[in-house]
Design a protein around this ligand. Structure first.
Ligand code: 6PG
Length: 468
């Protein structure tokens, strides 16, 4: 007997949370997981929602216990497990059934899977889900890619379980096949950048001023009341204030300083560069994670490369730090939206940038006070989608960029690494330079490779007088 039209495969932390959210919104749901004990645990802890959760023994069993048209959400690790799960489902589906990949999949794989599943006669949606386990339980932000005919039937369920911003569900159909997963990838790229900018700011206070985590935490709490208000600012204050129950030390002081990554930040940079876009702040963040994992090298190098700082003045003005972080955060969002713009052009997605900003206002990891203003800027008349040139952001950056300049200059002189903060500043300074230095690059290219160059004063391509 059919127990549900919703199904979920991959009942880990995220899957469990999402299943409870779906059940709470009135939808019975069939569950399958490779390790069945996680489903038992979920059902035993689900209280009154347990009656809406049904354990199944295999993908085929899951399909057989569902009523058509089925919507089956996959929350399995990106890559081969997604393909294996799709292959296990396909022979059992009926026309009208939809597979929804809710993992952090590479958008190119989503494009290929959409084609494959549609060719088999079924629907496929690639949905970027953000907000971690808490978001999945209480309301995530969801970025949907796929055909409109696949989206419309599932829309009411996703709108019901999504985070709400003043009643507006933080979910949208953004474009065909890989569009949703691409937007989620760029979301994560911005997430990497923002996390790194925050970590650098913490590092300036810890290593520059010798301040303890408990002393830095209130600063982030205070910043979270102002223009820097965001989920990442908020949790930074909480993390820095937390004490390790085993040692009584600040938790951050007992955490190994090696940051992991699953690939989405790196994919953002790769795709950006492939499309001829600069993603320098995101790239700095990815690079910093890579170097963080070379802990052994850093331990050795700390004793050999001990350059004396060029200044003894390592006290940072707190208002400057706040402004520096704000301007760098704006620039990181701006880079992200430029990458979305490039992809939208290349793939013909016609992305609605304002709507992307709107569905990031709640539920997701990069939700912040800035996103409302970003949405408003995109709803207005932006010159070619360039966020930083908007009537709102250009003056805001002008007001705060001096602080970023001072903080970066001070950090550099003090020998403190600020790869993302300095990338943000350099990007700002490059993009506002009416006459750049690529005249010399073109001269060099022509000198050694006769690549030719354009002249300011004549039409056509030209060579320099190098051989004369
Ligand atoms: C989110 C997060 C989530 C996760 C990513 C990034 O939006 O909820 O981005 O998807 O944190 O997997 O993880 P890594 O830092 O491991 O790449």
């Amino acid at each position: 007997m059919a127990v549900a039209s919703m199904g979920l495969i991959g009942v880990g932390t995220m899957g469990s949370a999402l299943a409870l959210n779906i059940a709470e919104n009135g939808h019975p749901i069939a569950l399958y997981n490779l390790d069945p004990s996680t489903i038992d645990a979920l059902i035993s802890e689900a209280g009154e929602l347990a009656s809406k959760l049904t354990k199944t023994e295999s993908p085929a069993d899951l399909v057989s216990k569902m009523s058509a048209p089925r919507a089956i959400i996959l929350l399995v690790p990106a890559g081969a497990p997604v393909d294996a799960t799709i292959d296990a489902l396909l022979p059992h589906l009926a026309p009208g059934d939809t597979i929804i990949d809710g993992g952090n999949s590479d958008f190119r794989e989503t494009q290929a899977r959409t084609a494959k599943v549609e060719a088999a006669g079924f629907n496929f949606l690639g949905v970027g889900v953000s907000g971690g386990a808490e978001g999945a339980r209480r309301g995530p932000s969801m970025m949907v890619g796929g055909s409109p005919s696949a989206w419309e039937p599932i829309r009411p369920v996703l709108e019901a379980i999504a985070a709400k911003h003043e009643g507006d569900p933080c979910v949208a159909h953004l474009g065909p096949d890989g569009a949703g997963h691409f937007v989620k990838t760029v979301h994560n790229g911005i997430e990497y950048a923002d996390m790194q900018l925050i970590a650098e700011t913490y590092g300036l206070l810890r290593d520059g001023e010798g301040r303890a985590p408990a002393d830095i935490a209130p600063l982030f709490d205070r910043w979270n009341e102002g223009a820097l208000r965001s989920y990442l600012t908020e949790i930074t204050g909480k993390i820095l204030a937390a004490v390790d129950p085993n040692t009584g030390k600040p938790v951050v002081d007992v955490i190994v300083d090696k940051a992991g990554q699953k690939g989405t930040g790196r994919w953002t940079v790769i795709e950006a560069i492939r499309m001829g876009q600069s993603a320098s702040i995101i790239e700095a963040a990815v690079g910093a994670r890579v170097l963080s994992s070379e802990r052994d090298t850093r331990q050795v190098a700390a004793n050999i490369l001990n350059a004396e700082p060029e200044t003894d003045d390592v006290s940072f003005n707190e208002a400057d730090l706040e402004s520096a972080l704000l301007s760098a955060r704006i620039l990181a969002y701006a880079q992200g939206f430029r990458i979305l713009h490039a992809a939208s052009d290349e793939f013909g997605w016609d992305l609605d940038y304002a709507r992307v900003a709107e569905i990031w206002r709640e539920g997701c990891i990069i939700r912040s006070a800035l996103l409302d203003d970003i949405a408003t800027a995109f709803r207005g008349d932006l010159p070619e989608g360039r966020l930083i040139l908007s009537d709102f952001f250009a003056p805001l950056l002008a007001k705060h960029i001096g602080a970023l300049r001072r903080v970066v200059a001070q950090a550099v002189l003090a020998g403190l690494p600020v790869p993302a903060l300095s990338s943000a500043l350099s990007w700002y300074d490059e993009i506002r330079q009416a006459r750049g230095t690529a005249d010399l690059i073109q001269g060099q290219r022509d000198f050694f490779g006769a690549h030719s160059f354009l002249r300011l004063d004549q039409e056509g391509s030209h060579h320099g007088p190098w051989r004369s």
